[in-house]
Design a protein around this ligand. Structure first.
Ligand SMILES: C[S@@+](CC[C@H](N)C(=O)[O-])C[C@H]1O[C@@H](n2cnc3c(N)ncnc32)[C@H](O)[C@@H]1O
Length: 221
């Protein structure tokens, strides 16, 4: 993701620092400022039980999918073809409408901003509405709902017209921003442990919650 502070490029450094500090090779890894979830996902794959947190909602969604979910759910109330069938529906270019994203973040909207092309903003609006409608019709489990939201967040981030932060858009279109938005299937990983994404906590409260959760689950390391 285009997120300043994303630690993807520092994962080996963080890993080596943990090894050199003599930290245990298994146990519970707590990521208190999870952001994109890159660090928690890395340590989940290394076999740690991961507990992750962040105060922001986008982060909660991404981490819920990469940390807390282990296997792809069936999406049985939407299609017989599982996640592939759902992605086919959502990636249909005819699915578009002029909603919140179009109005606020596309040049054609009333704000005239250039975060997304008119076409992509309309696609984001329609996909977001579709996901919410499925949820309200009880066609999605919580895991299915978060998987689709995470796929949309990632896809939108891929075609956004910014240089590194969402504080400002670029005046000239970057080439990626002119490509059509396309949702990819999120990669899931099962490490056989119960990993947790703790909902949107500010740090002090989160420390108390982690301690309570560890007591509840009988985790001592
Ligand atoms: C530099 S980013 C973390 C990046 C992350 N390691 C990654 O690779 O994406 C810092 C994160 O801390 C979160 N944060 C800042 N203050 C916080 C607080 N008081 N409680 C919880 N999260 C907080 C922010 O929302 C942000 O996502």
């Amino acid at each position: 993701m285009k997120y300043i502070g994303n630690k993807t490029r520092l994962l080996n450094f963080i890993d080596n620092s943990c090894i050199n500090s003599g930290l245990p090779k298994s146990g519970t890894f707590i990521d208190i400022f999870g952001g994109t979830g890159s660090v928690g996902t890395f340590f989940k794959k290394k076999g740690y039980r991961v507990i992750s947190n962040d105060i922001m909602t986008y982060s909660y969604v991404l981490q819920y999918v990469s940390i807390a979910i282990d296997e792809m759910p069936p999406f049985a109330k939407i299609t017989d073809d599982g996640i592939l069938g759902v992605m086919n529906i959502l990636n249909d270019p005819c699915l578009r409408e002029k909603g919140f994203f179009y109005e606020n973040f596309a040049p054609g909207g009333s704000c005239g901003r250039q975060y997304f092309s008119d076409s992509n903003a309309q696609r984001i609006d329609a996909i977001r509405e579709k996901i919410e409608a499925w949820k309200n019709e009880n066609k999605l489990s919580l895991d299915e709902y978060f998987i689709l939201l995470a796929a949309l967040i990632d896809a939108a981030d891929f075609v956004v017209n910014i240089s590194g932060t969402y504080g400002a858009f670029l005046k000239i279109w970057r080439s990626m921003a002119l490509k059509n938005i396309y949702l990819e299937i999120p990669q899931l990983f099962n490490n056989g442990l119960q990993n947790l994404d703790i909902a949107k906590n500010s740090m002090p409260f989160m420390l108390y919650r982690i301690w309570s959760l560890m007591q509840m689950l009988g985790i001592s390391s």
